[in-house]
Design a binder for this molecule. Structure first.
Ligand code: GLN
Length: 398
């Protein structure tokens, strides 16, 4: 459960709303897949089953990314036409980039999270992989909509998401994120796409948000997600969840259960979360991150008020190697802006979609589009045009 050793053998006592809605439409469940432990991480290597390899890489040295690594691999290997994951920072949209899939997260509140294992409630969304944009739209028709069991689920009106309308949209590139890209093949493919869209009558402009703000996205996301995760997962204590251990005190039990049950990565996150929430640190760390979130979201709201969507390469590289370019530390101070910006869509709660853009050394890379709240129909239409322009869809590597 949650790919954590701490929850080994745990069987959930109820079904998630997403699962129920799929079964109601006669979906055939095939399997539960692995993920990075408790949905934290981006390497697809910290779950209880170990590494998940990228089906596009025959040498089995490259990751598919995470945290929704198992879902991505099942879809990318052609085993299933779609698979479900969750996206708190980029956990569906980044693996999609590494595996030639469409990875979609809706507006926060659009799909019920009843039964979703919480990571950071203010950022979490149910998200999913498909192999083309139309399937993403079809799935949203099934999954979107209010659910009284989830108090954060929205009642805002739904649309028929698969209806296509060919309008000429305005798209925006964020300068600091694009300028941070170094890979010439990815840049060239992106520039080709921009050219193709312009030929179709799209207007594409570039906006600057300042390097400091662009760089703040990941730090702000990291503090807030770690703080929320620490609080949300406080019930994994050996009494309510996790195996009971011999102990004299509650603290001792907590210590034993968590030391054995969690990987280093999770323990580090909970330490960072706890430090930022301590009364003496709250003002300096947690509340400061909250204020920073406000500035980031105000900036992106403003951009999305005058633009239909933000368009950028979804990742600055193809899928990294397991050994070599993976940072040893879970928080990397030198994290690249273009590698970690996707979390802005979670900080703002915007719908966001990654789809294939090209290939380098036989490995895929993707493009990402993000639009304003509850404009999924428009976002999917733009994505459809992007898909028509690149001609990349229905890709899998068996
Ligand atoms: N890789 C990011 C993290 O570890 C995103 C995780 C996610 O979206 N679930 O925080």
């Amino acid at each position: 459960m949650g790919s954590s050793k701490l929850l080994e053998g745990y069987i959930p006592t109820f079904d998630s709303e997403v699962y129920k809605r799929l079964l109601d439409k006669k979906a055939i469940p095939i399997a539960k897949t692995t993920l990075d432990e408790l949905a934290m991480g981006g390497t697809g290597s910290s779950g209880h089953l170990g590494k998940t390899f990228n089906p596009w890489d025959e040498s089995k040295t490259r990751m598919i990314g995470g945290s929704s690594c198992g879902s991505a691999a099942a879809c990318a290997a052609g085993i299933v036409p779609y698979s479900i994951g969750s996206d708190t920072g980029d956990s569906v949209r980044k693996p999609a980039s590494y595996s030639a899939l469409v990875g979609f997260k809706p507006t926060w509140g659009r799909i019920s999270r009843y039964g979703l294992f919480t990571f950071a409630a203010s950022l979490d969304t149910v998200a999913y992989f498909t192999r083309n944009v139309k399937d993403s739209a079809l799935l949203l028709n099934v999954l979107a909509g209010h659910d009284e069991k989830d108090t954060t689920s929205s009642s805002s009106p739904l649309e028929d998401y698969k209806k296509l309308e060919d309008k000429k949209y305005n798209l925006t590139i964020i300068k600091e994120i694009y300028d941070d890209l170094k890979d010439e093949t990815i840049k060239k493919a992106f520039e080709e796409l921009v050219k193709g869209l312009k030929q179709k009558g799209y207007k594409i402009n570039t906006v600057s948000i300042g390097f400091n703000l662009a760089k703040a996205i990941y730090s702000c996301y990291y503090i807030l997600s770690s703080a929320e995760a620490t609080s949300n997962n406080a019930n994994l204590d050996g009494i309510r969840f996790g195996s009971n251990k011999e102990a004299e005190t509650y603290e001792e039990m907590l210590f034993k259960v968590r030391t054995e049950g969690f990987s280093d990565r999770i323990r580090r996150r909970f330490v960072i979360g706890s430090i930022s929430l301590l009364e003496e640190n709250q003002e300096e760390i947690y509340l400061r991150a909250l204020r920073c979130r406000r500035v980031i979201v105000d900036t992106f709201n403003k951009i999305l008020e005058s633009s239909d969507a933000i368009i950028l390469p979804a990742s600055p590289t193809i899928a990294p190697l397991f050994d070599g370019d993976v940072p040893k530390k879970s928080f990397n101070k030198d994290a690249k802006v273009s590698d970690n910006y996707l979390a802005f869509a979670n900080l703002g709660g915007y719908p966001s979609i990654t789809l294939p853009l090209g290939f380098e050394q036989g490995m895929p890379f993707g493009v990402n589009l993000t639009s304003h709240h509850f404009t999924e129909a428009k976002l999917l239409k733009i994505a459809q045009i992007v898909e028509n322009t690149t001609g990349l869809k229905d890709l899998s590597k068996k």
